[in-house]
Design a protein around this ligand. Structure first.
Ligand code: PRP
Ligand code: URA
Length: 209
């Protein structure tokens, strides 16, 4: 799978394992999602372009390599994607943040949009769409389509746990998008939940169930 990057770093794998446990409460869950997002960000940004800039050290003038932070954007899918924003911003603090509000209709499993606000210059930025869960792929695919409709050209999708069904859909509908995952799980159940998964990511982050 050419555009899929499975992040198998032991720290990421360990932390995803803890997330899955029913006994992990909301506080720890939030901390772990943020930490995993930061670790994934480190890996997913390894191909960012650097530019050379001249600076003064205490002893001489030299050229340093610098990331142009103005070229990055982060777009969490509400609600659960919000849990990944701080981890990303810890490493790329100058990135702008857009938001896409989507929820899955529990009966049809189709995504319903209720909010979209992107940086004014989103079309010029390299955008990372964030959501911990890729289940049927409906939410991620719709979010990416909104962003493309606003002119974005270079898009990455980052999630913690993916189902094969969602991966297939995303690859078919958006073959140009780089996908970063920490785990490819077995399947979806009859309610569209990922098995073994971790349950409902939004509810576990915010304690709503
Ligand atoms: C969850 C999750 C994804 C979506 C994945 O959100 O955070 O956005 O489901 O499912 P899909 O791949 O089948 O579209 P949910 O709709 O539960 O909304 P929430 O984040 O507000 O809880
Ligand atoms: N959304 C979740 O939060 N979890 C799943 O398993 C599927 C969709």
């Amino acid at each position: 799978m050419a555009n899929v990057h499975l992040m198998d770093h032991p720290l990421i794998q360990h932390k995803v394992g803890v997330l899955r446990k029913t006994s992990t409460g909301s506080k720890e869950f939030r901390e772990l999602v943020s930490e995993i997002a930061m670790l994934m960000c480190y890996e997913a940004t390894r191909n960012l372009k650097l530019k050379e800039v001249e600076v003064e050290t205490p002893l001489a003038t030299t050229k340093i390599k610098q990331i142009d932070g103005k070229t990055l954007g982060i777009v969490p899918i509400l609600r659960a994607g919000l849990g990944m924003v701080d981890g990303m911003l810890n490493l790329v603090p100058t990135a702008k943040v857009g938001h896409i509000g989507l929820y899955r209709d529990p009966d049809t499993l189709n995504p319903v949009e209720y909010y979209c606000k992107l940086p004014y210059d989103a079309s010029k930025r390299e955008l990372f769409v964030l959501d911990p869960m890729l289940a049927t792929g409906g939410s991620a695919s719709a979010a990416i389509q909104f962003i493309k409709d606003k002119g974005a050209k270079k898009i990455h999708f980052m999630c913690l746990i993916a189902a094969p069904e969602g991966m297939k859909r995303l690859q078919e509908e958006h073959p140009d998008v780089e996908i970063y995952i920490a785990s490819l799980d077995e399947k979806l159940n009859e309610h569209g939940y990922i098995i073994p998964g971790l349950g409902d990511a939004g509810d576990r982050l915010y304690g709503t169930k």
